[in-house]
Every structure is written in structure tokens, then in C-alpha cells.
Design a protein around this ligand. Sequence first.
Ligand code: COA
Length: 146
Amino acid sequence: MTDLRIEQPESDAALKDWQHVHNVIIPTATLSLNEVRERAQRYHLEVAYLGDVLVGCTTVRPPTSDTSTATVIARVLSSHRGQGIGGELYGRGIDHARTLGATTIETIVLASNVDGLRFAHKHGFVEFERYLLPGDSVPWITLRLA
Ligand SMILES: CC(C)(COP(=O)(O)OP(=O)(O)OC[C@H]1O[C@@H](n2cnc3c(N)ncnc32)[C@H](O)[C@@H]1OP(=O)(O)O)[C@@H](O)C(=O)NCCC(=O)NCCS
């Protein structure tokens, strides 16, 4: 996929692009721009473009001091799925998590997200736990790379 450009969002425009993909895919837990800025400090965020067209984003939550578990989440806008973009974003996220010292990789998928669950299972993740956040009706599923 030669036209795929993946970068860390630093400008407001890029942070807004990351926010857009996140909020379209997870409408039950939208983030404000300030919340995205705050995440960019704690997590490794990336945003992906096909040429100049926004197509996806990722989050890598690094391992904390008391655990070697990192969380990798890839998101691709529905009109751009099925072309290998998710696989490429995931691969980069997992590579990055490992360079940060992660020995266990988790991902998180909304239970209603059929594409996300199938993708995670195909990439070797198995369900670890599911939980409902206060006020939510659809559970989140944490999956762990087997
Ligand atoms: C999970 C997600 C990132 C996958 O994105 P994607 O860009 O569609 O991923 P890929 O294209 O790499 O793989 C998806 C499918 O396309 C297929 N595919 C990949 N390249 C292809 C190509 N060139 N031609 C045809 N099919 C292709 C893959 O084999 C895969 O098949 P499957 O659906 O039977 O498993 C996307 O569905 C998404 O954003 N979901 C919501 C967010 C989410 O749940 N993220 C966390 C879970 S991983």
C-alpha cells in the first residue's frame, strides 16, 4: 500500500483527524479535542492517510511500571476497510508496543463491533474479559494476544 502515510498527530489539524476517526467509530465514548491532546501525552497515537484522505488511526497504551501489558487499538473508517490498512496499522502498533517492552498485548473492542471482533480473532486475540462502563448498554471486550 504505497500511498498509505502514517504519522504521529502533533498539529491541531492532525489531532482533529485522529479525533474524527475515534469519534465516528466509537460514538458511545466521544472525546473532546482537549481529551485527545491529553491522550497524546500518555499514549502513542498515529493517524493514517491514503494520499490526502483520512482513513484511520491507532492508539498504543504503553506498559505501565507494574505491568508488561500494552494495549493496541487500530481503527479504520468503514469506507476504507478490507484493503489491508487495519492489518498494517495493527502490525505497527504491536511492533511499537514490543519496543516499549510489552510482553503481553491486549486490544479492546466494543461488543457490537463485528468487524473489529472478527479482525482481532483472525489476528490471534482471545477474549480476556468483558465489562460495562457506567451508563453504557454495550459491553467492551478486552482481548489478549494468545
Ligand atoms: C478492525 C479494523 C481496524 C480492520 O480494518 P481493515 O482496514 O478492514 O483491516 P484489513 O483490511 O487489514 O482486514 C480486514 C479484512 O480485509 C481482508 N483484506 C485485507 N487486505 C485485502 C485485500 N487487499 N483485498 C481483499 N481483502 C483484504 C482481510 O483479510 C480481512 O478479512 P476478514 O474481514 O475476513 O478478517 C476495522 O474493522 C475497524 O476499525 N473496526 C472498528 C474498530 C475496532 O474495533 N478496532 C479494534 C479491534 S481490532
